[in-house]
Unconditional design. Structure first.
Length: 271
């Protein structure tokens, strides 16, 4: 089961998030037919989106992470909402490479006041790029260890441990957080052996306060009904023209890899 634990540790001066996202990543691999490094990179980005979605305050809030790498490297986008419905897509031909581009984060608070931050990509490590993003764009010192282990086209473990220093954090607790993060250098192996529950119990059981448990899942927000409203906005004349030229009105959702087809009969009923 996918899980996200959020808690305060070390005298409530450090925010902790522990994620187990193996099932979420496997759902995404199946939907997008991914393998190898592309599946690994996508799994890390989905885990990061689950973490950020878990930080949203408004019921209407949403967050997206977009990676546009340079040269022959790829493009990926992941997003999540307050319900921790996570979705995304990646250019599978890129081989999971993220060099030479930018990572952009858009956080929507539900009141049409989005925060937009960006940072330059520094190599293929999603963890390192996220740490740099938080340092540059949000000025929050953040230790990130996210990973996904892929074997024979299947995710055997995925998740992460993320710590953020809160304002007024003492040097002693900064050192404690830094030292504890060393246990998660190979975080995918730790998740495979222990899972999120045991990680919390073994490493943070006595320290964790105000602990909350969430259950992220891969779920797209698209639907045929939403697409109907979109195509109606094109107008009857334009829709009939498309049908005459192409046989039907077609739409594709990149996030869940679903095709929607509207025939002339469908359009007649809509109008």
């Amino acid at each position: 089961m996918n899980k996200l634990y959020k808690a305060l540790i070390y005298d409530k001066q450090v925010s902790l998030s522990v994620l187990e996202t193996t099932e979420l990543v496997n759902d995404a691999i199946k939907i997008h037919s991914l393998d190898g490094d592309a599946a690994k990179t996508f799994g890390c980005l989905l885990t990061a989106a689950a973490f950020m979605a878990g930080c949203l305050k408004s019921e209407k809030g949403a967050v997206s992470i977009t990676v546009k790498a340079g040269g022959e490297c790829g493009t990926a986008s992941v997003s999540g909402d307050k319900n921790l419905h996570i979705r995304g897509y990646i250019d599978g031909s890129c081989g999971g490479r993220l060099n030479g581009g930018y990572l952009t984060v858009v956080k929507e608070d539900g009141f049409f006041r989005p925060f937009v931050g960006a940072s330059e990509l520094k190599g293929d490590s999603v963890s390192e790029n996220l740490m740099q993003y938080f340092h540059i764009s949000e000025q929050v010192e953040t230790a990130v260890a996210v990973d996904a282990e892929i074997e024979n086209g299947k995710c055997v473990s995925a998740g992460g441990v993320i710590m953020q220093l809160l304002p007024g954090c003492s040097e002693e607790n900064m050192d404690r957080a830094e030292e504890q993060m060393q246990a998660f250098v190979d975080v995918a192996s730790v998740i495979e052996k222990l899972g999120a529950d045991k990680i919390m119990e073994k490493f943070f059981g006595k320290e964790a306060e105000y602990t909350y448990e969430y259950f992220p899942e891969y779920k797209c927000s698209c639907s045929r009904e939403k697409l109907e409203r979109v195509i109606l906005s094109l107008g009857k004349e334009e829709l009939y023209k498309i049908i005459e030229e192409e046989g039907a009105v077609k739409a594709h959702c990149h996030y869940c890899n679903t095709d929607y087809v509207f025939t002339k009969d469908d359009v007649d009923k809509l109008f």
